[in-house]
Design a protein around this ligand. Structure first.
Ligand SMILES: Cc1ncc(COP(=O)(O)O)c(C=O)c1O
Length: 442
């Protein structure tokens, strides 16, 4: 079995992930449960890493965008595959450091990094900040000076390419809380500003054009815009980028409306970026920069599923059938946030064909608490096991304790065996930060 063919139906008609029977997983670990296939995660990391090694002489680094799924084990895996990491908060940075991740391979993002986060990251001696405001540049410069150091930075620019799943638009609209537009002069101003900072060393540019993108051309056009900008800056200021960070955003399969991209397909995305960088550098007589990319979703998204147990079933004649599960928006808020679509299967009867359209309802006191509407499923009964697929990215990391529900634990499957990478919460965990002021006590 190819590492990326993580899901299959076994002889018992049960869904398997990474060789582990989902019915057994539910029995041993309970539900709701996040399950991740380690082989899949590693194979995706290797696709990107090896493409840079083979097609760009290794002059680059893959940064795992840890916002997709951040826990200590993920940083250990990323490190063991030779990746760097992109973090977006003091909490993600702390998790990475706790896991022993090499600080010099950490890139810190965010449009409003807190002063405390900036100080903490400097003290950790992280590799690079992706600067996204003049406020940040000032503070970073001052804090670096106090520490007698010169901090490497990239500038987040907005190349005016906005990508959607299957299309892209080129826009000069600078209306984004992220980055500085190359079209309205603010990116250039920021370059000039950063070049004057004595305790910052500008390495180059960063851009991230969106997420869940299938259109290769969107990335290629973004590269063209970035390199055109780099050439203009070189002409005016003599500054040439040593590094160019092209962000993340490669799409994954959630439902059959999405393409199912084979590993080779992700290699093609990166190859297209690499070729475009080479071409543009030749065109503008720029030295080849170090290429950084920041995939998150495409590394962990399809590597993960969530297992739930069916509880109440409510069939509203002529309207809709709700199949309620023991999870919901507290473990996967993506339908509520963006009407994201998912595929569900009955993991204990995985060989059965879907026969009905149902809405998968969560257990929160919120009418909108759904994992999806009009999902295909065989006729579900109370006690059946539902697997929602492609939940590895932006599910656990977006989970909450809404309604004081417990965030499910996560297990990592390796060669059919599962182990916790996030332990189960308890009700005691929920109250650990609560304080009853003395005057309220009986
Ligand atoms: C700056 C940046 N880099 C990388 C990513 C990861 O994108 P994806 O998970 O779509 O690969 C994101 C996602 O929002 C991002 O904002």
């Amino acid at each position: 079995m190819n590492e990326r063919e993580t899901l299959k139906v076994n002889k018992q008609g049960h869904l398997e992930i990474g060789g582990a029977d989902c019915v057994e997983l539910a029995k041993n670990f309970g539900t709701p449960l996040y399950v991740f296939d380690e082989a899949y995660i590693r194979s995706m990391m290797r696709v990107y890493r090896d493409t840079i090694a083979e097609e760009y002489g290794g002059n680059g680094l893959v940064l795992y965008a840890s916002k997709a799924f951040s826990c200590e084990a993920m940083y250990v895996i990323a490190d063991s595959e030779g990746l760097g990491a992109d973090v977006v908060s003091g909490g993600e940075l702390f998790t990475a450091m706790k896991a022993g991740f090499p600080a010099e391979k950490i890139y810190f993002h965010g449009n409003n990094k807190l002063p405390s986060e900036i100080r903490y990251a400097l003290d950790c001696k992280i590799g690079c900040f992706v600067v996204d405001s003049a406020t940040e540049a000032d503070l970073l410069d001052a804090e670096a000076e106090k520490r007698g150091m010169v901090q490497n930075v990239l500038l987040r620019i907005n190349p005016g390419v906005e990508a959607h799943t299957h299309a892209y638009v080129q826009t000069a609209t600078p209306d984004s809380k992220f980055g500085f537009s190359v079209h309205n002069g603010t990116a250039e101003e920021m370059v000039a500003y950063l070049l004057k900072k004595k305790h910052l060393r500008l390495l180059g540019y960063h851009s991230h054009i969106g997420s869940q993108i299938f259109e290769k051309q969107s990335f290629v056009i973004a590269v063209q815009k970035i390199m055109e900008f780099a050439a203009e800056i070189k002409k005016k200021y003599g500054f040439e980028p040593e590094s160019v960070n092209l962000g993340g955003g490669f799409g994954i399969w959630y439902t059959d409306e999405d393409s199912k991209i084979p590993s080779g397909g992700y290699r093609e995305y990166l190859s297209a970026l690499i070729s475009s960088v080479k071409e543009q550098c030749k065109k503008y007589a720029l030295a080849l920069p170090r290429i950084l990319i920041e995939p998150g979703r495409s590394i962990v998204g399809e590597a993960g599923i969530t297992l739930y147990t069916v509880g109440a079933i409510k069939d509203i004649p002529g309207l809709r059938k709700y199949v309620a599960i023991d999870g919901g928006m507290f473990d996967n808020p993506r339908y509520c946030l963006y009407q994201s679509k998912y595929t569900a299967v009955l993991a204990n009867r995985a060989a059965e064909r879907p026969t009905e359209l149902i809405s998968l309802a969560g257990k929160c006191c919120e009418s909108g608490d759904l994992i999806g509407i009009n999902m295909n499923l065989p006729k579900a009964e109370t006690g059946d096991l539902v697997a929602v697929l492609s939940t590895g990215a932006y599910n656990y990391s977006m989970a909450s304790n809404y309604n004081r529900n417990l965030i499910p634990p996560a297990v990592l499957v390796k060669e059919g065996k599962a182990q916790y990478i996030v332990r189960p919460q308890t009700y005691e965990d929920l109250v650990q930060y609560d304080v009853i002021p003395a005057y309220l006590k009986k």
